[in-house]
Design a protein around this ligand. Structure first.
Ligand SMILES: [Fe+2]
Length: 232
């Protein structure tokens, strides 16, 4: 577990409960209105990540209300642009936070936490708030049900092919697993690392299978969405 090394430099503001409820209502409404664009990152994902992030924040001593707001808003970039980084959602995120009365300094902190927790950017010494958010979002990726029930939804939502998704998962996740901070929470690591290992092994096998031209041909026949995106 990594402590709060620079405690004096970290903001300590809270997000009031009415504001959190307002953020939740607004994000849920956006997710439901644009549900067809969000088969992977829709309300089902946001709710799971919020619930787990709150659990992890309560365990590691992070600011729970700030983590809750960050979890609710962490993936609004997918409403702005498909297959985008978290930063693409900053304006929308800060707009929602301003509308519900969260001070600009706290809103900027929430946005920074989301950037810190992003799989492609995160490192061993991110803040406790980012650790709680990261563990929740990473757990969703590592769930045994995700490749079965959700991977095809990711392809559809983001217009990527199966080889591209396999490459993304392996390039982003193998390094952090080998470096030992796939999960920051020790209990989560003890409980879920075997799922993460099985998941990454599966994606290694998928990548290997795609070296076979017959498998590639099979995948192309099953992937009209990704093919269309590639052609377009
Ligand atoms: Fe997410």
């Amino acid at each position: 577990m990594h402590g709060r090394d620079n405690v004096l430099a970290v903001p300590t503001a809270m997000v009031a409960q009415p504001a959190l409820l307002d953020i939740e209502r607004r994000v849920q409404e956006l997710c439901l209105r644009y549900a067809e664009q969000l088969p992977f990152h829709g309300w089902h994902h946001v709710r799971f990540v919020r619930d787990k992030a709150v659990d992890f924040a309560e365990q590691n001593g992070a600011n729970v209300s700030v983590v809750t707001a960050a979890a609710l808003l962490h993936d609004v970039n997918y409403l702005v642009r498909k297959n985008s980084p978290a930063a693409a959602g900053t304006d929308l995120r800060l707009g929602v936070l301003a509308e519900v009365g969260v001070p600009a300094e706290t809103a900027d902190w929430i946005d920074r936490i989301i950037g810190e927790a992003e799989m492609r950017n995160r490192h061993r010494d991110i803040s406790l708030e980012a650790q709680a958010l990261s563990d929740a979002d990473t757990l969703y990726k590592a769930l045994p049900i995700t490749p079965v029930l959700l991977a095809h939804r990711y392809l559809e939502e983001n217009g990527v092919s199966l080889p591209e998704l396999a490459q993304k998962i392996l390039s982003e996740q193998q390094g952090v697993q080998e470096a030992g901070y796939y999960f920051y929470n020790a209990e989560a690591a003890a409980r879920y690392t075997q799922w993460a290992r099985a998941n990454l092994r599966l994606w290694q096998c998928i990548a290997e299978s795609l070296d076979d031209p017959s498998v590639l041909e099979l995948v192309a026949a099953l992937e009209p969405v990704a093919e269309g995106a590639a052609a377009g």
